[in-house]
Write a protein that binds this ligand. Sequence first.
Ligand code: SF4
Length: 231
Amino acid sequence: MDETPRCAKCSGIFCYPTIKADQEPSFEKAPSFCPTRLRKDVVDSALREYDREDVAEFARLASVQEFECYEHTPDGIVTKIPRIEETIQFAQKNGFRRLGLAFCAGLTNEGRMLTEIFEGHGFDVVSVCCKVGAVPKERIGVKPEEKIAGAAFYESMCNPIAQARTLEAEGVDFAILVGLCVGHDSLFIAHCHVPMTVLAVKDRVTGHNPLAALYLSRSPDYGRLRRRRSE
Ligand code: SF4
């Protein structure tokens, strides 16, 4: 019996079955690693969080927004809007007025374009680049030879904690993360105390679309992703 949740190995037909609204999902035949069965106490305690008025409303609006990203057509249910529009609509639903962009210096153009789009929809947009503070990388122990431009050059560290704190100090209603690297995004998320979403993640070789490499992982170009460490 596997007692570690492993939803990624499940068909998923048990927790989102196609049944009528007055029927209940059955977990009798769910796999032994199913967290709905294994972690009922955790699921129940999580559910109690939704009893808080603010959480309940936020969760409700998120699901309404999700619903509005689809439409019913004679050919079935189809998707209809990109994530930028989804973000705008969700912010409007919540009554957010002041948005905070935390963007990577490598995506400055994208930060500008997003600002124009959000401003065009009536939002006040605060933006903070990852290099805010211009603190040299040596401050966090990076060795000269570990700087991207080379040991001879000055290089500012990415400062996601300062990004998060600046946005919070500016009183933004909603923070939007744009293209921070792995690890820098972790720090931003850990230190961001306002509601936030991720609009884009950094992926230097796929146009910031990490799943492109996943979809190509059976091709020779990215086959190395599937190789086991021992091979
Ligand atoms: S919660 Fe259970 S039924 Fe749902 S995907 Fe995970 S293992 Fe499968």
